[in-house]
Design a protein around this ligand. Structure first.
Ligand code: NAP
Length: 312
């Protein structure tokens, strides 16, 4: 029998405890699924299902852990933890991906079509402004991983000329794939609409600084469901105030919840959403977790391993 610890907040236990046990049983894996207040010797734990908002920050007592399976796609809060010696797996979940595609398409179309302009009319103003077609709006996604690629494919299927940028070269049908520093300049210069779906690592922190924001075409729209520190906040505010950037829709922030006195809340050129672009969905994520445990138990390579050196 294996022992699986769910380490997170109460809600994680409520959402994952029973479904995970049921799915493991269905897969023929005899398991005990426990939470942190159930006293068990740490060295007897085989797998840790980990939500980074867990109070547990010291993995060293878990000497028998075969993997730590992160419940979130982003691993920046755990990847640098030196007490973690077991392989670290990040979350790749069809439900999470589907939610991100829907959120990005919705916010891209809001700006592309000028929906705010049309739904906010007052005083009987009949001012027809026919929006351009998607094919006339070049759009770039920074990050062509699981989420960036799915968003790129969805927007490309609507007709947008989509470019994507990643660390390593990619080949995504219908998407102009760029990489490296030269590729970034090209990706930004064409981006009337820019979506950030990069992980937060030392290499991506403040990637969108004043120089890179200046590369965007005048009037560009920025949408950030990636991580807050990908952007230099002051540089963004300056670019909005100068009119170089027309609008920024931000879902993630350097500090969350975004403090009440933060200038982003009141800025007319910023839409704040409260880190809701997408979330791991227990009904689909449980299958992914069980598949990795099955692989761990049968000596097969784990899926979605984090490269601790790269930080994602
Ligand atoms: P992923 O599959 O690991 O993809 C990351 C992408 O970023 C890859 O294409 C990678 O390039 C690229 N990249 C990483 N470092 C780079 C660098 N220095 N230069 C250029 N490209 C770089 O991650 P994912 O599952 O798509 O998730 C992306 C991020 O979305 C997460 O890390 C998380 O921060 C965020 N997220 C947000 C929410 C939300 O609700 N707001 C929800 C889920 C996730 P390679 O392909 O060459 O490796």
């Amino acid at each position: 029998m294996i022992r699986v610890l769910i380490s997170g907040q109460r809600v994680d236990w409520d959402e994952y405890g029973e479904p995970l046990l049921a799915a493991l049983t269905n897969a023929g894996i005899e398991a005990e699924v426990i939470h942190e207040r159930m006293p068990r010797a740490p060295e007897t734990i085989d797998y840790i299902i980990y939500a980074p908002w867990s109070d547990m920050k010291d993995f060293s007592p878990f000497t028998g852990a075969k993997a730590v399976i992160n419940l979130w796609a982003g691993v920046e809060d755990v990847v640098t933890n030196d007490s973690l010696k077991a392989p670290l797996v990040r979350m790749v979940d069809p439900g999470l991906t589907g939610g991100m595609v829907e959120w990005c398409v919705a916010h891209a179309l809001r700006h592309h079509l000028g929906i705010d302009r049309d739904v906010c009319r007052r005083n009987a103003v009949w001012d027809q402004c026919v929006p351009p077609l998607a094919r006339e709006r070049p759009l770039t996604i920074l990050g062509l991983g699981v989420l960036g690629r799915a968003v790129a494919e969805a927007l490309s299927s609507l007709g947008f000329p989509v470019a994507g940028w990643s660390r390593s070269a990619k080949d995504v049908p219908g998407v102009t794939c760029l990489s490296g520093e030269g590729g970034l300049v090209e990706a930004l210069r064409r981006a009337e609409l820019l979506i950030l779906l990069l992980p937060l690592t030392p290499a991506t922190e403040e990637l969108m600084n004043s120089e890179r924001l200046a590369l965007l075409p005048k009037g560009a729209i920025l949408i950030n469901p990636g991580r807050g520190p990908l952007i230099d906040d002051d540089a963004l505010l300056a670019a909005l105030d100068s009119g170089h950037i027309a609008h920024a829709t931000l879902d993630v922030f350097r500090e969350e919840p975004l403090p009440g006195d933060h200038p982003f809340w009141a800025h007319p050129g910023i839409t704040v959403t409260p880190h809701v672009a997408s979330a791991t969905r227990p009904d689909t994520a449980v299958g992914v977790i069980v598949e990795n445990i099955r692989r761990g138990e049968s000596g097969k390579p784990l899926l979605h391993l984090v490269d601790r050196r790269l930080g994602y």
